[in-house]
Design a protein around this ligand. Structure first.
Ligand SMILES: *Cc1c(COP(=O)(O)O)cnc(C)c1O
Length: 396
């Protein structure tokens, strides 16, 4: 190594040092590459499926991302996991991989906003129609001969109605229609998406790993899970055409967060339930939306399918006598809650929403300004004191 025969940069690139055999530690090494080197041209010509074992090109996976995919599949109760650059790109992958011109996709009326806007703004260009359905009324699910895919989301975005998962799945299975669940909220902890009841599970689940799996509010990533190999291959094919890639440093951050995920999920869940119940006792509030609260829309369905967890989100509807301006002043008066999107990070967040622009059907919630809270890892007593001071200073 001391005999420098080649120029410095050549020597650095072709340096013979190898990490010693026998190196072993819990953290996964960060393997980064665009080029994956082959032994010789015969090796290059070997077929290399994207199976989590073979390597062809950095875009398709390295030992680091394959390890994350394998661990996440275990957590989700799935067989296969495809990683995507964001939660939204995971949703997009499912739509683009499975839908064709002439197909119809059904979405719950409380579906994640960007999934709604893709169906409204983009899918029609591909000749794909959509309809929205009431997630609390499985009987009314508007299945037709054109229906190819039914999206589910538990709990629904912003208003957190917990859907009649078993009723909806029963209807889709009877009609032979594919189901895809946005399972960001359940995170593989609140219930098992692939086995919600014996023999009754979804075909596909997706998650924004941006939320709990990252846990740090510093990574954007997503995942698409399947048990069925043919379905996985169909999704994988589209994944490859779309050129979805990941930074392996981001993959490492998620791997680093996974061992603490269940502890964080449960801690945030407990604080959230306590604060939601406390908000319900406040005179300013017309309705608290949280699936574990009796009286919240879909509570009974949550009890049937998901009583192992309830995540870190709740929303409140203020009594109609309060103006949006007053409610904005309440949010601005909060000291510990950040104002911004996303959730499941260390910092609690509050965001005002106007539901009238993002629903097609009637909603089972009170009229009035709505605020969604995402509870972080701060102490419950501090968060409660902050909510109290803000309510009193802005609305008192
Ligand atoms: C955040 C979120 C997404 C999108 O995830 P990004 O990583 O922000 O693209 C999708 N679905 C749900 C339910 C989410 O909360």
């Amino acid at each position: 190594m001391s005999h420098k025969k080649r120029a410095i940069s050549t020597e650095q690139i072709h340096h013979p040092y190898q990490p010693p055999e026998g190196w072993s530690a819990h953290p996964v090494g960060v393997f980064k590459a665009s080029t994956v080197l082959f032994k010789d041209t015969a090796d290059l010509r070997q077929p290399r499926p994207r199976d989590g074992l073979s390597y062809r090109y950095g875009l398709h996976g390295t030992p680091t991302s394959y390890t994350l995919g394998a661990r996440l599949a275990t957590l989700e109760g799935a067989e296969h996991c495809l990683l995507t650059p964001s939660g939204l790109s995971a949703v997009t992958l499912v739509n683009l991989a499975l839908l064709q011109p002439g197909d119809e996709v059904l979405l719950p009326d409380n579906v994640y906003g960007q999934n709604r806007w893709m169906a409204v703004d983009y899918l029609p260009r591909l000749g794909i129609t959509h309809r929205f359905y009431d997630p609390l009324n499985a009987e009314a699910l508007p299945l037709s001969e054109k229906t190819k895919l039914v999206w589910l989301e538990a709990a629904g975005s912003i208003t957190l109605e917990f859907p009649d998962l078993l009723g909806l799945l029963g209807r889709c299975k009877a009609a032979g229609v594919l189901t895809a669940l946005d399972n960001t909220w359940g995170a593989g902890i609140a219930f098992n998406a692939f086995e919600i009841a014996p023999g009754m599970g979804v075909d596909i689940s997706v998650q924004a790993l941006t939320k709990y799996q990252s846990g740090g509010a510093d990574v954007l990533m997503g995942a698409v899970y399947t048990r069925d190999l043919a379905l996985r291959n169909q999704l994988d094919n589209c994944h490859e055409h779309l050129g979805y890639g990941l930074g392996q440093n981001d993959v490492e951050l998620v791997l680093r967060s996974l061992p603490t995920m269940e502890l964080r999920y449960r801690a945030q869940d407990l604080t959230t339930r306590a604060l939601a119940a406390w908000m319900q006792s406040r005179p300013e509030i017309a309705q608290v939306l949280h699936p574990a609260l009796p009286g919240s829309p879909g509570h009974q369905h949550w009890l049937e399918t998901s009583s192992a967890g309830a995540a870190c989100l709740f929303s409140v509807v203020f009594k109609p006598q309060y103006t949006q301006k007053q409610v904005d002043a309440f949010i601005d008066a909060l000291e510990l809650f950040g104002i911004g999107y996303s959730w499941a990070g260390p910092m609690s967040l509050a965001v005002p929403y106007n539901m009238s622009q993002s629903r097609s059907l009637t909603m089972p919630i009170a009229a009035g300004p709505l605020v969604r809270f995402a509870i972080g890892l701060e102490a419950q007593a501090d968060l409660r004191a902050d909510l109290e001071q803000a309510l009193e200073s802005a609305l008192g």
